[in-house]
Design a protein around this ligand. Sequence first.
Ligand SMILES: [Zn+2]
Ligand SMILES: [Zn+2]
Length: 273
Amino acid sequence: MRVRFWGVRGSTPTPQIENMGIGGNTACTEIRTDSDQILIFDGGTGIRLLGKELEREYGNRPMRAHIFFSHFHLDHIQGIPFFRPLYNPNNHFTFYFAGRRDANLVLDALSGMMANPYFPVDMSKLPCSREYVDLAEGAFQAADANILVLPLNHPQGCVGYRIEQNGKVISYCTDVEHGPDWSDRNVKKLAKDTDLLIVDSQYTPEELSEHAGWGHSSWKQALDSGIAAGAKQIALYHHDQYREDAAVEAILQSARKLHPNVIVAREGLEVTI
Ligand SMILES: [Zn+2]
Ligand SMILES: [Zn+2]
């Protein structure tokens, strides 16, 4: 499988010169399966760039993709109206979320963002064909991958994903605050012996105490949870909106002392596993 990071920033886009090494777009990660199926995790502003690249790749050929949401906070959905492949009638997309217990609520959450007066194009008028799937907690198959989805501790709820194919595993665990047993256990299940753990590392350990209840982890907790789960590689993700490149690099240096195979998720980075 191949991973490409299109947006790695948490909370809000941060387009400023001090951030261009890591990137300013909010959460969007693409996974290509071994048979080249497209799985997209979160639709933050990074998805606009992915859309442009997919149009270049597909040309006039119809495109199918599976779009999974961790939750509906704005930094995970706000790129959707600008994902240009949605405006092509030949394309088909499946949108997934878990735990809403009603696919209509998935649709409402996305279409609400595009409703009058927030956006000029109503989501129901998009020309591509679409389906909406509300996943039950547990294992399922999508595209040609085995996927596990489990809830995580985050205000208004969030889920993490574990994607397995041909003996390889990628874990997508963002927007999670450590503490409650049930959530820590789920992080461990999602990340168990994974080849790549993409994980929330919004805060420094020092910042964490001032942000209790905000729903995020420190980079140290991200590493500890990855190490405890036996993750082979850890990608620090969902960087704080005030964390400039130099500060992220400093975190990386500290993190590498604890795990030899830590990387920083940055826009454009590709990882093959
Ligand atoms: Zn977020
Ligand atoms: Zn969130």
